[in-house]
Design a protein around this ligand. Structure first.
Ligand code: CUO
Length: 722
């Protein structure tokens, strides 16, 4: 008996075990037509069906359909690592996504999946099916399993898999013990960068990054790629990663990350990932210290690029920034600046730099700088494929953040965006202030602790590996990993409203280190880039004094631990809207990494709070939604198929009941406009007005800065333990 859309979850289970083997806790077997079996299994069809059908608690009928042509996709080797950073790979993914999106109903899609799953590369299949399920209307709320569950090999020290197999094989289910993962296992303290391994190799951080790129693919059908402000969000989410990383570095007595500007000199940063691919049965390649980037000539990946290409693209992008316009392929120009008070240029630039073949205005001229940089670095150990090696961790969005070089590369990318931002008009006092609104005081409080002191420590949590360990006995087998955690805290914000009316505003909360690596105050022009967003929410202010209280766990940046590691937690909702919400979005900074680690003596930070005027905050929508449905969100105003028309723009409220709306700052909201009309990162996204050199000089009465400190205690607690 089929279980409707829930059956799709089973296609993610144990990715290389054939489709006719019992799947998931349901022990469900897909009843596939015999011609769906791969050539290896076709002659064994009868015996396989009875052998693997015996254990089945449930049979899922698969209808026979006339299958689309998937020959190109099937040619891509099954055991080859896959990455969307390689143009050829992402073309294959786009083909498969298109086919999956085009299936006329979920039964046909299920049938296609049952056919193609065992014929195509499992990474490619997982990626394409995830994108398709996220974007088809009839598969909303399907539970897309956590990527780590399907491919734990991309997240965990390979040393634990043999132990996990032994545990699963020898010890009966229910009596198995978690396999403990050491906290830092990729280098020793001889390597100063190893102090940051808890951040770079954090499972939640890497899952967020993978999920972000899944939600915001740069190639595929236009209606999937062209999401509201996706180019700007590419800039902002990665800018915030760099700001967070820099804060962590300062906590660990390391200087801020250096941009990777010299593309022809040796790279001092090494990375030895200690990951093995279970699917490819190969170790992920390492990059020794002082590797030099070289021209790529890898026919096997259809890659032929010169380091000089990167340099040419960089120079052309700077030329566009400095001239204020982009050259189009047809010889025309596109303004690269603020339009009607909205920074449209950053969105164009984001799509140019990433670069999206669907949205970039002129790929032949501006190239593919960001993705190619990932490629150059990830193939630097074997640029011409002479050793038959595949890409390193920088080549995959699931693993890239593990490598110290990721941050150097993205600091370089961010600097290009910052160069553009420095061309924009400065915010005037009028744009920043909110007449009649002042903030006399701000306080943060950990329950039972001193005021304005945040607390961090280590925590141990378990994740189940069994769904990603193919051909091993069934049943849960857990890895126990150690991650940073903080005590929950409450913001108390006093706001005076002298307007005489009830008004609304957006409360924006940011945090930045007080001092730089030398221990001295930071000029505002640099400080503004170091502020990490902690929260953003709408407040209603009565006339007079208002006392706003907000929990750290409500952050608009993060998702709770249970969602980051969803499916692995028994407390997930059983159905309805709550499940849809829970299921959709693994995108969101992990709550356990909301604040930096701090230091044992207390790491001093500036907590910044602002209430901005709601009139300039809410997104504006041209009144076309009822005519055009989804099309208006993909930038279509007047020329879309359905013939929509413009009318007076109106403000829209964030619908907090929408899926995934609780981590909108870095991830946006599914099928909706970005909920904040201001430039992302406002008010820190551009250079300050003349005469402002320090944070204090920047402040208007509707802002407040509070000194806080983050105190780290070197103790480890086990999740759930008291
Ligand atoms: Cu997210 Cu370079 O974009 O990794």
């Amino acid at each position: 008996m089929s279980n409707g859309n829930k059956d799709f979850e089973l296609f993610f289970d144990r990715p290389t075990e054939p489709v006719f083997v019992a799947k998931g806790d349901r022990k469900a077997v897909f009843d596939v037509p015999s011609n769906y079996l791969t050539n290896r299994y076709k002659p064994l069809s009868v015996s396989l069906t009875s052998r693997f059908g015996e254990d089945a608690a449930e049979r899922i009928p698969i209808k026979k359909i006339s299958l689309p042509n998937t020959s190109e996709i099937e040619k891509f080797p099954r055991r080859e690592p896959f990455t969307v950073f390689i143009p050829y790979h992402r073309e294959l993914a786009a083909q498969l996504i298109n086919i999956m999106i085009g299936m006329k109903n979920t039964d046909d899609l299920k049938s296609l999946c049952a056919y193609i799953r065992d014929r195509c590369n499992p990474f490619l299949f997982n990626y394409a099916l995830s994108v398709a399920l996220l974007h088809r209307e009839d598969t909303q709320g399907v539970n897309i399993p956590n990527f780590m569950q399907s491919f734990p090999e991309k997240y965990l020290d390979s040393a634990i898999f043999a132990r996990a197999r032994e545990e699963a094989t020898v010890v009966p289910e229910g009596q198995r013990e978690p396999i403990e993962l050491p906290r830092d296992y990729t280098a020793s303290d001889l390597e100063p960068e190893n102090r940051l391994s808890y951040f770079r190799e954090d499972l939640g951080v890497n899952l967020h990054h993978w999920h972000w790129h899944l939600v915001y693919p740069f190639e595929g059908p236009r209606n999937i790629v062209a999401k509201d402000r996706r180019g700007e969000l590419f800039y902002y989410m990665h800018q915030q990663i760099i700001a967070r990383y820099n804060a962590e570095r300062l906590c660990n007595k390391l200087a801020r990350v250096q941009r990777l500007t010299d593309l022809k000199s040796p790279l001092p940063e090494a990375y030895f990932p200690k990951l093995d691919s279970l699917v490819a049965s190969r170790a992920w390649p390492a990059r020794p210290a002082n590797t030099v980037l070289q021209n790529l000539r890898r026919p096997v990946n259809r890659l032929a690029l010169d380091v000089d290409d990167l340099i040419r693209w960089r120079d052309r992008i700077f030329e566009a920034i400095n001239s204020g316009f982009v050259r189009l392929e047809n010889g025309g120009q596109m303004q690269l600046t603020e339009v009607d008070g909205r920074d449209e240029g950053i969105d164009i630039l984001g799509n140019m730099i990433e670069a999206s073949p669907v949205l970039s205005p002129n790929i032949p001229y501006y190239g593919n700088i960001h993705n190619s940089g990932h490629m150059f670095i990830s193939y630097s150990h074997d640029p011409d494929h002479r050793y038959l090696e595949t890409f390193g961790v920088m080549g995959d969005s699931a693993t890239a953040m593990r490598d110290p070089i990721f941050y150097r590369w993205h600091a370089f990318i961010d600097d290009i965006f910052q160069q553009y931002k420095s061309t924009l008009p400065r915010y005037t006092v009028q744009q920043l202030e909110y007449q009649g609104i002042t903030i006399p005081s701000v306080e943060v409080q950990v329950s039972g602790g001193p005021s304005n002191v945040l607390q961090t420590f280590w925590q141990q949590s378990d994740v189940d590996l069994s769904r990603g360990m193919d051909f091993t006995p069934r049943g849960e087998v857990n890895a126990r990993f150690t991650h940073l955690q903080h005590s929950e805290f409450t913001y108390r914000i006093q706001v005076d409203n002298a307007t005489g009316n009830q008004v609304r505003g957006t409360c924006r909360i940011f945090l930045a280190p007080t001092n730089d690596e030398r221990g001295v105050a930071i000029p505002f022009t640099d400080h503004r880039k170091m502020f990490i967003e902690l929260d953003r929410f709408i407040v209603t202010l009565d006339p007079g004094s208002n006392d706003i209280q907000r929990q750290s766990s409500q952050s608009s940046v993060t998702i709770p631990f249970e969602r980051t590691f969803r499916n692995l937690d028994t407390s997930r909702p059983v159905g309805g809207d709550e499940l849809a919400q829970f299921n959709f979005c693994g995108c969101g900074w992990p709550q356990h990494m909301l604040i930096p680690k701090g230091s044992p003596e207390g790491f001093p930070c500036k907590l910044f709070v602002m209430i901005s005027n709601i009139q300039a905050d809410l997104p504006l929508v041209k009144n076309v939604a009822e005519v055009c449905k989804d099309e208006w969100m993909s930038g279509c105003v007047c020329d879309c198929k359905c013939g929509c028309h413009e009318s007076a723009p109106k403000q829209v409220e964030q619908d907090t009941s929408r899926q995934c709306s609780d981590s909108s700052s870095y991830c946006g909201i599914k099928d909706s406009l970005y909920p904040d009309r201001r430039s992302m990162g406002f008010p820190f996204d551009r250079e300050p007005r003349n005469g402002v050199n320090t944070l204090n000089e920047f402040l208007t009465p509707n802002m407040h800065v509070q000194d806080v400190s983050i105190r780290f205690t070197d103790r480890t607690i086990v999740r759930g333990a008291r």
